[in-house]
Design a protein around this ligand. Structure first.
Ligand SMILES: C[S@@+](CC[C@H](N)C(=O)[O-])C[C@H]1O[C@@H](n2cnc3c(N)ncnc32)[C@H](O)[C@@H]1O
Length: 468
């Protein structure tokens, strides 16, 4: 775990949380390069005193696990996924013998008492089922679960289709065998099971069949004698044996994540069912940005009360939507030269205004970003994601387009205080073009990020006093 702030590490945070009652350690995942900006949000939300640190693509912080903080946690906009980190340790892996190393992984589960952390996880996730089932409850729940799966399977399966085996589901198969030993009147249960979801949930609760369903996953960095899938399988298998939770790779209540980085491990309980970036967009385009990434780009621009914020190449509007929701004291203007993109933005705007039941501080135009219908020196912030010639535009056009757009931004942005945060995958071309604008802008930061395997650059610029 490199790139930590010098004072704190994940180990010290966990140590601190174990020493104090009601303190939990949270992990938030973020695009590499935005860890510092995500920590800023964390401090803004939880206060200057929050103990925090970062590593590549992650931030960690300690909070008191009360209802107010859990609510605030859900309001974070810079991070994609959240985890409650419960333990960390250094492991002496053999490195050669797979069986030895996998049994070391099982031992991690045997050494650690998960019971102490599950209640906090359950309250964060509003989980109301049986977290610590008896063996009988677990076996009965498993048998009923299998009946439900069979029902769902035969409903979904077309005639003549074979069963699909879920990868990594050996533990499920072995559990199915266990359940054959339980004496259950399958026919009777089949008849009793309601088809309506709410009634089914009630039936499971009334019959103490709502036993915790979980899945184990493994994120692994470094060279090891085992694969991530093998580690997850054995780690999850041991969790099942020790706590009698049901394995369900798809409809799980709890996801336990084993993170292995060379010889260090840490264990997290997922606090998000899906990434928090899925919040603003209903009409997606070929280059739609994630809301969390938009948020982090906007934070670099430090939007102030009354700022006019413009995205001149807005695609489906991801950046201006995030700005008008996260920084509602700004006014946003955006546009695109493509009719389809403008229509997508309008559809997304309509969905958001319906969702929030209020108009957003945002205007949308069809325009050429190199000929903006805006007065010189009238815009406080430009934040945009430039076309780079793969999913949008042609690489050969990047140079001329970037030059024309830069010239226009230089004219329209406010002298001295104006900012621009520009992202592009074609860093080389942008850097070349920018060299001829260096008297008009200072380059305050340049961040390299990786988006789904593609490298990109974020340029944070501030306008100088020089007239164009
Ligand atoms: C990388 S995409 C922006 C994606 C956007 N951030 C989103 O999340 O949907 C770049 C956009 O620039 C637009 N574009 C290209 N040349 C333009 C120009 N001269 N004026 C305005 N928009 C332009 C393209 O139509 C495309 O929608």
């Amino acid at each position: 775990m490199s790139d930590k702030t010098p004072e704190l590490s994940l180990q010290t945070l966990i140590h601190d949380n174990k020493a104090k009652k009601n303190v939990i350690t949270i992990e938030g995942t973020v695009d590499t390069g935005f860890e510092g900006i995500a920590l800023e949000e964390c401090i803004e939300i939880f206060g200057n005193e929050v103990k925090c640190c970062r590593s590549r693509g992650r931030i960690f912080f300690n909070i008191v696990s009360d209802a107010e903080n859990i609510y605030k946690l859900r309001k974070m906009r810079s991070v994609d996924n959240l985890y409650q980190i419960i333990s960390t340790e250094k492991i002496d892996f053999d490195g050669k013998d797979k069986d030895v190393d996998l049994s070391t992984i099982k031992d991690i589960v045997n050494r650690y008492d998960f019971k102490q952390d599950i209640p906090v996880w359950a309250s964060c996730m509003a989980y109301l089922g049986i977290a610590f089932p008896t063996s009988e409850q677990s076996q009965r729940a498993l048998a009923v679960n299998n009946i439900l799966k069979e029902k769902a399977g035969s409903a979904n399966k077309k005639e003549g289709e074979a069963d699909v085996k879920v990868e990594g589901s050996e533990s499920i198969d072995s559990l199915k065998n266990d359940c054959d030993e339980i004496k259950l009147d399958k026919v009777k249960i089949n008849e009793e099971l309601p088809s309506n979801k709410e009634e089914l949930d009630q039936y499971l609760r009334d019959n103490e069949l709502n036993v915790l369903k979980f899945r184990a996953t493994c994120n692994r960095v470094g060279k090891h004698s085992f694969s991530s899938m093998e580690a997850a399988r054995d780690f999850g298998g041991q969790l099942h044996d020790n706590y009698m939770w049901l394995v369900d790779l798809k409809y799980y209540d709890l996801e336990v994540v084993l993170n292995i980085c060379d010889y260090e491990i840490y264990i997290g309980l997922a606090l998000t069912r899906e990434s928090m970036h899925k919040r603003n967009i209903t009409h997606f385009g070929p280059t739609t940005l994630r809301a969390t990434l938009c948020h982090n780009l906007l934070r670099f621009a430090r939007p102030q009360i009354g700022d006019i914020v413009v995205d001149p190449l807005c695609g489906g509007g991801s950046i201006p939507f995030e700005c008008s929701l996260a920084f509602p004291y700004t006014f946003n203007i955006c546009g695109d030269n493509h009719e389809k993109a403008v229509n997508r933005t309008l559809c997304n705007l309509n969905s958001l205004e319906t969702l929030y039941k209020k108009p957003l501080p945002l205007d949308v135009f069809q325009w050429d970003a190199a000929r903006l219908p805006l007065r010189s020196g009238s815009v406080d912030v430009f934040t945009t994601d430039l076309p780079f010639g793969k999913r949008s535009g042609r690489k050969i056009d990047n140079g001329p387009l970037y030059r024309r757009v830069m010239k226009e931004l230089t004219r329209v942005v406010r002298l001295e205080s104006g900012r621009a945060v520009l992202m592009t995958h074609d860093r080389k071309t942008f850097t070349k073009i920018f060299s001829s604008f260096s008297q008009y802008w200072t380059n305050q930061h340049r961040i390299g990020i990786n988006l789904g395997g593609l490298d990109a650059g974020v340029f944070v610029l501030k306008r100088t006093a020089r007239m164009i």
